[in-house]
Unconditional design. Structure first.
Length: 219
């Protein structure tokens, strides 16, 4: 799995999947904790809530990944079609400058940006536009999303196997989730060049704030 998931998900996507998964599980378990009973029945309810949230969020993310991948390829195909049917080279160049890697254009000087766009035009004019379908890589990427969300949130379910008192198990589960949020923040700091302690603390506070918003809105 260490090789499979990074092959289809970049670091930002992986951290995002884990973050949203943790927040969802934390929200669900906190909300369920208000209504569960005592004893083994209450523990079982919380366990089912935690695992069910993992599975549901993993499936949702997998479907959204496929939809996003197809949408991105469709937008690229539409750009190629628009360039090929542009009335003149100036219009085609403008389309490239507006749509093709605007982040890269921002790092180039005005003359360099135009030269880059002109160098891309011949390739777009000769490109073959094919029908956008769901590919095998889309499916594998969706599976990677599901695995990442499900596995990363499994620690939240462990306390419900270890403790017979539902509220104690819930508190331990919440503590583990908060620790994981902090660790995700530390990991994120490596990619943005921030302090690991500060980044972890900010991620923890953001997670708590989002959970609070979700609970207040009935989530």
């Amino acid at each position: 799995m260490k090789r499979f998931v990074p092959r289809y998900l970049d670091p930002a996507s992986r951290l995002g999947e884990i973050l949203f998964g943790l927040i969802m599980v934390l929200t669900v378990t906190l909300t369920a904790g208000f209504a569960v009973g005592e004893g083994e029945a209450g523990v079982r309810e919380l366990l089912l809530a935690a695992i069910g949230c993992n599975v549901a969020w993993g499936v949702i993310d997998a479907v959204m990944y496929i939809m996003s991948s197809v949408t991105v390829r469709s937008e690229k195909a539409q750009l190629v079609t628009a360039v090929q049917h542009a009335p003149d080279s100036g219009t085609a160049l403008a389309l490239v400058q507006e749509n093709l890697e605007p982040e890269l254009q921002a790092w180039l000087a005005p003359g360099e940006g135009e030269a880059f766009s002109r160098s891309v035009l011949p390739y777009l004019f000769n490109a073959q536009v094919t029908r956008t379908n769901v590919t095998r890589d889309d499916v594998y990427g969706a599976i990677a999303c599901f695995i990442l969300v499900f596995v990363s949130c499994l620690p939240a379910a462990v306390p419900f196997f270890l403790f017979s008192q539902p509220h104690l198990a819930l508190r331990v589960s919440n503590l583990l989730l908060l620790i994981l949020l902090f660790l995700v923040g530390r990991k994120w700091a490596r990619y943005v060049g921030l302090s690991q302690l500060a980044s972890g603390s900010v991620m923890l506070l953001i997670g708590l704030a989002l959970v609070g918003v979700a609970i207040l809105l009935g989530g």
